[in-house]
Design a protein around this ligand. Structure first.
Ligand code: BGC
Ligand code: NOJ
Length: 815
């Protein structure tokens, strides 16, 4: 087993000890409007708000070597040229360490007695990133050397930038003044913003032309300028503008020098654009430089980033959880991933190019479930933004661009699960905050200009959409697809040049989804509970009756004998049934029927979970999405059968849907199973990194299952709904501290051998210190609940009515 690094839990860092990790191991910087992707070799790129429309630096996906663009420092020391992060030069280093922390990455490289530390972070509420550089001479002699910081600029619109060279090779423009490079491509015309790359150390030279600095026939691993050690002061006209500086050092034995580099997105605002023809007004850029020219200001900004994370994470901390993997995920990394998915949805990561997808309707709603406790007011705004992209008939834009908040029509629609997720996110927000005013917000519908229909109206519209769009079995029509984007029952594509995601006609189709039926049950229960909380009993009863009706349909139409059928195709034939040759059992319908409350009284829910355990689960990797994997392409099923067996939606371990099963086990009090299943997909618990390959600190969307030729290999990390749902699993179902409309419920489901744990939870302005003890060695069941010394019935912690802001809760599990 190879070792590439380890967790430093005390510092909330993952420490990478060699740069040649099996895949790039990425960190995410920023949580406001400016973001950076940063790998263990300083690879990645930066953007403001929208990775497609406001990209600052260039990044070549699907490159070889992988991850070869970034925030590079070249060190030229005598004859040797190296990078502290190893890449792109890949010179052998005497020392290397990368610390991925919360909102920062710190890379230190050492060679021939010189060490260079590069600490990269994005100050809170700033549209810029700072690299604090610390250079030390560990030798007994004075050392002369130079450092060349380097970035390659992107001309903001990333798709155009990487496809339309007849134009982009002619538009590049820069200005250089003092120790700063101003990248101002398209600034003369419609842009009112530019990129600033600057250093607080006096420069000895610069380059802004890639041809001059790197060379047309060289690579980033051997830039031309590094051969001579002298920048050429080149000015980019067209072609590819870059930012490179020459910084000269003469360090005494034992001496250290610290300086900073700034990469900023600068919006000119109301300032005049130019001081003179072709000379831009640089006031704002200079203000930024002045602000960070003092390294004490850099340090203060870094401390503030750390302090902000400490404060965010203090909302939910469970410091004494017996299992170290669950402990570090729930306390730290899982919450960090929730921040990333909330901010970026599925737009920009090591696998999402930032140009393919915006904010997903179903994705963003689910992301809120794991995020809402961190910053409820941001979740509130997001819910309203999402709702505004719903149409008045209940259908939704499947995605929208974060910059414009407008739906993207070209990525398709008709995903019939979409509307229902809005109910889950809204209910989660109100359970966290009790803020019912959100329901009165006039979000309006995307197809009704100027409409001011409330969020509550949207929730009703969502319910009505599902009820009114049902098929021959009275189950919900699937439309283009449900949660499983690849179950395309109305696509029938024979053309390799068609996208599964947008092809096909859903008008008049009969294909139905049991998953949506289960989701409807869940959403309807949420909605009626919400109405009850609002004191609207009649509405609650009305929704209850829809629930009962759908439940009856599910039980009558969707039970296949030992598990729930997945769907009915366009010809009304069952999918995910014992009558199928392949794909006999699917995970999603077991999960959602169980979560929605089906099979509770007739024993089917338990049978469905048992079937998952028998046919889909493998302790080493998690549950495959279905069984058996499809070996052939099926016209009537679409993309799900396009993947090779054991990958992605064709029987891969799709981590996201595994989490719903974890909740299922917890609901049934199966503590051992809940934890074992939880650990089966938990990145921290993956011991063999050469097999798993992906980052050990964040969830992967997909792991090749035991039904594939490469079992255990994970990919597509960071931006997956697994982030939010795993947090829900760990925090609310295993540790069992769950917000409800009337307060926190304590309902743990743990392995019998756990003796206890604690949870510190900030909730509605009160700090709860919860101690759970398990003297009888049970998995579930609260025997006693003592709140500030007073015994309380049940498992709901009453909200203090006397203004107390600190509450001590003692919970004893037992039969
Ligand atoms: C992937 C899905 C994804 C969909 C939409 C498909 O190729 O397999 O996981 O949801 O694309 O982007
Ligand atoms: C990834 C997509 O982002 C998500 O919306 C979808 O539910 C899953 N893939 C499953 O297909």
């Amino acid at each position: 087993m190879a070792q590439y690094g380890h967790f430093d839990d005390a510092n909330r860092e993952f420490v990478i000890t060699r740069p040649d990790t099996p895949l790039p191991w990425l960190n995410m910087l920023g949580q406001d409007e400016f973001y950076g992707l940063c790998t263990q070799t300083a690879g990645g790129y930066s953007f403001w708000k929208d990775a497609r429309l406001r990209r600052l630096t260039r990044y070549r996906y699907n490159n070889n070597p992988m991850d070869n663009d970034g925030r590079f420092l070249y060190v030229k020391h005598g004859k040797s040229v190296w990078n502290p992060g190893w890449k792109p030069v890949r010179a052998e280093l005497d020392g290397y360490e990368c610390r991925h922390g919360l909102g920062y990455t710190q890379i230190t490289g050492q060679k021939d007695g010189i060490s260079v530390e590069q600490l990269m972070f994005i100050p809170a509420n700033e549209n810029l990133e700072v690299w604090k550089i610390t250079v030390s001479n560990h030798t007994k002699k004075s050392q002369k050397f130079s450092i060349f910081p380097f970035v390659e600029f992107c001309s903001f619109e990333a798709l155009n930038d990487m496809t339309n060279y007849q134009r982009t090779y002619s538009i590049g423009e820069v200005e250089v003044e003092g120790d700063a490079i101003y990248h101002k491509t398209e600034y003369r015309e419609r842009r009112n913003h530019y990129t600033l790359f600057a250093t607080t150390k006096k420069i000895a030279g610069y380059d802004t032309s890639r041809d001059a600095f790197v060379g047309v026939h060289n690579g980033l691993h051997d830039p031309k300028v590094l051969a001579t050690g002298k920048c050429t002061n080149s000015k980019a006209f067209g072609w590819s503008p870059v930012g490179a500086f020459q910084l000269d050092f003469n360090l005494k034995p034992g001496a250290t020098e610290t300086f900073a580099l700034i990469l900023a997105y600068v919006d000119q605002g109301d300032l005049p654009k130019f001081d003179a023809p072709f000379v831009m007004n640089k006031t704002k850029g200079k203000q930024i430089l002045a602000k960070y020219s003092d390294i004490a200001a850099v340090d203060a900004a870094f401390d503030a980033v750390k302090a902000r994370w400490d404060s965010l994470l203090s909302v939910y901390q469970a410091p004494k959880v017996p299992n170290e993997h669950l402990r570090r995920m729930v306390n730290t990394w899982n919450q960090v991933q929730c921040m990333a998915t909330f901010n970026l949805s599925r737009s920009a990561s090591g696998y999402e190019t930032g140009i393919g997808r915006g904010m997903g309707y179903r994705d963003s709603n689910q992301d809120i479930l794991g995020f809402v406790h961190l910053l409820p007011e941001r979740a509130r705004q997001r819910i309203l933004d999402i709702a505004s992209t719903q149409l008045s008939d209940g259908t939704c834009f499947h995605q929208y661009q974060p910059l414009t908040k407008k739906g993207n029509a070209d990525i398709g629609g008709g995903f019939n699960d979409d509307p229902l997720w809005l109910i889950l996110s809204t209910a989660a927000y109100i359970r966290e905050t009790k803020d019912l005013t959100i329901l009165d917000e006039p979000c309006g519908y995307a197809d009704k200009k100027g409409s001011r229909d409330t969020l509550l109206h949207h929730l009703e519209t969502s319910i009505a959409y599902t009820l009114n769009n049902r098929g021959p079995h009275a189950l919900p029509l699937i439309g283009h697809a449900d949660w499983n984007d690849c179950l395309n029952l109305n696509c029938f594509s024979k053309e390799p040049n068609e996208s599964f995601q947008v092809t096909g006609d859903i008008a008049g189709s009969k294909a139905e989804s049991v998953m949506i039926a289960g989701l409807f049950l869940y959403a309807a229960r949420d909605f009626s509970a919400l109405y009850r909380f609002m004191g609207k009993e009649d509405d609650a009863k009305r929704i209850d009756s829809y629930y009962a009706d759908m439940l009856k349909t599910v039980e009558e139409q969707a039970w296949d004998g030992s598990w729930y059928t997945r769907a009915f195709d366009a010809e009304s034939r069952p999918i995910g049934s014992k009558s199928n040759k392949e794909g006999k059992i699917y995970i999603e319908s077991q999960a959602w029927c169980v979560l929605g409350g089906a099979g509770q009284t007739n024993g089917r829910a338990k049978k469905a979970l048992a079937a998952v355990d028998k046919y889909l689960y493998d302790k080493r990797y998690g549950c495959a999405l279905q069984y058996p994997a499809y070996s052939e392409y099926h016209l009537e099923l679409g993309e799900v059968t396009s993947y090779p067996p054991g990958y992605k939606e064709n029987a891969g371990v799709f981590s996201h849907n595994n989490t719903w099963i974890h909740i299922g086990w917890a609901m049934f009090g199966e503590g051992e199973k809940a934890l074992e299943y939880y650990l089966s997909i938990c990145p921290s618990a993956k011991a063999d990194h050469d097999v798993y390959r992906s980052e050990p600190y964040v969830y992967a969307q997909m792991t090749a299952s035991h039904l594939s030729p490469t079992p255990g290999e994970a990919k597509n990390t960071w931006l997956t709904g697994t982030g939010a749902w795993s947090f829900v699993v760990a925090a609310q179902y295993i540790l069992g501290v769950r917000p409800d409309f009337n307060g926190l419920v304590v309902d743990p489901c743990v392995p019998k051998k756990w003796k206890g744990f604690t949870v510190n939870r900030k909730y509605r302005g009160v700090q709860y210190a919860i101690e759970v003890k398990n003297p009888k060695g049970v998995s579930k069941g609260v025997k006693t609940l003592v709140v500030d010394g007073v015994k309380v019935k049940g498992n709901l912690i009453p909200i203090p009515t006397d203004g107390r802001t600190k509450v001590k809760v003692e919970v004893t599990l037992g039969a």
